[in-house]
Design a protein around this ligand. Structure first.
Ligand SMILES: C=Cc1c2[nH]c(c1C)Cc1[nH]c(c(CCC(=O)O)c1C)Cc1[nH]c(c(C)c1CCC(=O)O)Cc1[nH]c(c(C)c1C=C)C2
Length: 612
């Protein structure tokens, strides 16, 4: 096995297949399968296979090693690379090196993100974390490009007067105050409506201009998707429910702030567990104060460390460059037969967890080709660029481009631009932090924090971590292209075309004409699943047919069910393994449509103040 830096590669460690006796069962695709006549009925938890080694697959393996330490775990991966979309590369520049992220670059340490933080703590990586505070420009300054300039979005920290005057002044917000004030008076939908697009829902509740100019931008930043196709019920579950229960979203919000929100029992258990976890420093102090965090060597290093940890446990076998071509229920012995290209016979596992998209899972399922309803996904091209000149972009997170931005102002059909300097300090920030650290040390209070330029820095002897190793940092940006704009395209731009498109966006929007000193173009096909209208019903259908065919021996996890982020992948892995450990019937989709029965107390004024 080879573990090599960021593009972590693992050569196949093959398990000798059992010898093939005479009895045969059915796996439609692949070589003639066979069963061992002498084998005993298979336990669901002794031998678990995971298909796919993206972040969800690795996370499943991790939780299995923790929750079922005796289980034998096999990870099947078609390619020779682990970690899916998480990929960080250090590229040389004239006076050092800078870090480029191909995919996700920061994580939020709230809700499902608590699992990411817990993982960092358990893997001993907390010291690698770079934390951006709620008070940072990255957290406060968010922009939308419409129709031909950047508009900063309101934020509580700017104060009432500034926010109000910006809302009045900027055409982007035209009509938004009226739409918000009158939302409560609009007629609620009929209870018969099972779902509608986010665009339709918010056009009814607020206004169409709001959807086209603001909401579509936000949707670009998370799903790279089309606001008129994605499901309101799945993406805005709270607002969807509030309209039905309270007649309007604002009435629901008011009631929730007074009485507290209701959540499912599963969510309640999760929050309880996260609350009682032994958080160490710096997290104990920092959880409520951090907006986002990343790692010194990028989020790709999370995958590398996780894989290394799994190898060390000795119970995980990686079968990379191994294409699974068929899975079938073993109705005689229990369990699931997995056949792979090149293997003379299938292998039986007590349980299989598929982390693949439904379409790929269906293609390998021998019983029926529509086990789980498929869903579309989009391709995203990220173009990382490093410019020698500092401060070419405003100080902030970046900007999003809504669907309403006129074609002549966005002919490249870009989705947005991330200002990567914002979430990782430069060496100058680190030097400043060091100086202040001396003063904090004198104060002799270990819980004191430095918040320098928005980077949270615990008062400990180490220097503030930096991702970019250059004495005076220039400007680092990522242009995001593709998403739903490229739906149905037979081919995508190549590297040079991608770079040209990205430079053209930066020149038009930010006036940047400079040649980048370093750049990298990354195309990720099918990387963000699209929860289109009817998603909820399709998940239910998927649960029913998975259960009917496999009775809990085949379960699913991944970003295609209830959250497309890295944190959501951790959560789905965590839940599927929990259910297995506790001997609960399930498919990975059993929670869909669970009733909200647990009431969370509203935050007291003091509590919410403490979070500031
Ligand atoms: C790399 C492209 C991605 C786009 N969406 C996602 C990725 C990885 C997934 C995603 N992005 C965000 C969330 C919400 C949760 C959160 O952490 O806030 C999810 C699930 C928000 C977000 N969007 C952008 C950034 C920098 C962030 C913060 C977290 C992150 O690093 O992804 C920028 C951005 N992402 C996309 C576009 C088009 C875009 C534009 C500026 C697509």
């Amino acid at each position: 096995m080879r573990l090599c830096g960021h593009g972590l590669k693992i050569t196949s460690r093959t398990v000798t297949p059992p010898r093939c006796p005479s009895r045969v069962s059915s796996v439609a695709a692949g070589p003639t399968p066979c069963l061992r006549a002498y084998s005993s009925p298979s336990s669901p938890t002794d031998d678990v296979a995971i298909i796919g080694s993206g972040i969800t697959g690795l996370a499943c393996a991790y939780y299995l090693t923790k929750d079922l330490p005796k289980a034998k775990i096999t990870i099947y991966e078609a390619s020779d690379r682990l970690g899916g979309w998480l990929s960080s590369t250090r590229v040389p520049v004239k006076d050092g090196s800078v870090l480029f992220e191909a995919g996700p670059r920061t994580l939020r340490p709230t809700s499902n993100g608590l699992l990411s933080v817990r993982l960092l703590q358990e893997l001993g990586l907390s010291g690698e974390a770079i934390l951006t505070s709620h008070r940072s420009p990255a957290a406060q300054n968010r922009y939308i490009y419409w129709p031909n300039h950047l508009v900063r979005l309101p934020h509580p920290s700017f104060g009432l007067v500034e926010n109000f005057s910006s809302v009045i002044r900027e055409p982007l917000f035209k009509g938004s105050i009226w739409a918000t004030l009158t939302e409560f008076a609009k007629r609620a939908r009929s209870p018969d409506v099972q779902d509608e697009s986010c665009g339709d829902f918010f056009s009814r509740r607020l206004s169409k201009p709001f959807v086209d100019r603001v909401l579509s931008a936000v949707i670009h930043g998370i799903y790279a998707g089309d606001v008129w196709k994605l499901s309101a019920r799945s993406l805005f579950a709270g607002a969807w429910r509030d309209e039905l229960l309270h007649g309007s979203v604002s009435a629901g919000a008011l009631k929730n702030s007074r009485d507290g929100i209701t959540i499912t029992a599963r969510e309640g258990d999760f929050l309880q567990e996260m609350k009682s976890f032994q958080w160490e420093e710096p997290w104990k102090f920092l959880l409520g104060r951090t907006s986002v965090f990343t790692l010194k060597d990028g989020l790709g290093s999370l995958t590398d460390n996780l894989a290394r940890h799994l190898v060390r446990t000795g119970t995980v076998t990686f079968k990379s460059s191994t294409i699974v071509q068929g899975i079938a229920k073993d109705s005689e012995q229990g369990g699931v037969l997995v056949s792979t290209i090149g293997a003379p016979q299938p292998r039986r596992h007590g349980t299989v967890i598929s982390t693949l998209a439904p379409g790929k899972l269906n293609a390998m399922n021998s019983q029926s080709a529509s086990l789980v309803p498929d869903l579309p996904s989009v391709a995203v091209m990220t173009v990382n660029m490093y410019f020698r000149t500092p401060n070419l972009a405003p100080n902030g997170f970046g900007y999003l481009i809504p669907q309403a931005t006129p074609f002549e102002n966005n002919p490249e059909r870009a989705l947005g631009v991330v200002f990567d300097n914002a979430y990782s300090p430069s060496s100058v920030d680190a030097d400043n932090a060091n100086q202040i650290s001396g003063q904090l040390d004198q104060a002799n209070d270990p819980s004191l924090m430095a918040d320098i330029g928005g980077f949270m820095w615990h008062n400990r002897p180490e220097r503030l971590k930096t991702q970019d190793d250059v004495p005076l940092r220039g400007t680092k940006l990522t242009v995001m292209l593709g998403g739903h704009w490229w739906d149905g395209w037979p081919a995508y731009p190549d590297q040079q075309e991608g770079l040209a498109l990205a430079r053209s966006v930066l020149e038009r929007h930010l006036g940047i004409k400079e040649e980048p000193e370093a750049w990298q173009v990354n195309l990720q096909k099918d990387c963000i699943p699209q929860y289109i209208v009817g998603h909820h019903a399709r998940l239910k259908e998927g649960h029913n047919s998975l259960w009917r065919e496999y009775r809990g021996r085949l379960r699913v996890a991944g970003s295609w069910m209830y959250g497309v982020g890295v944190n959501d992948c951790f959560r789905s892995a965590y839940e599927v393994v929990r259910a297995l450990r506790d001997g609960r019937d399930g498919t990975g989709l059993e929670h869909v449509g669970a009733p909200e029965t647990v009431r969370l107390q509203p935050k007291s004024g003091r509590e919410s103040e403490e979070k500031q």
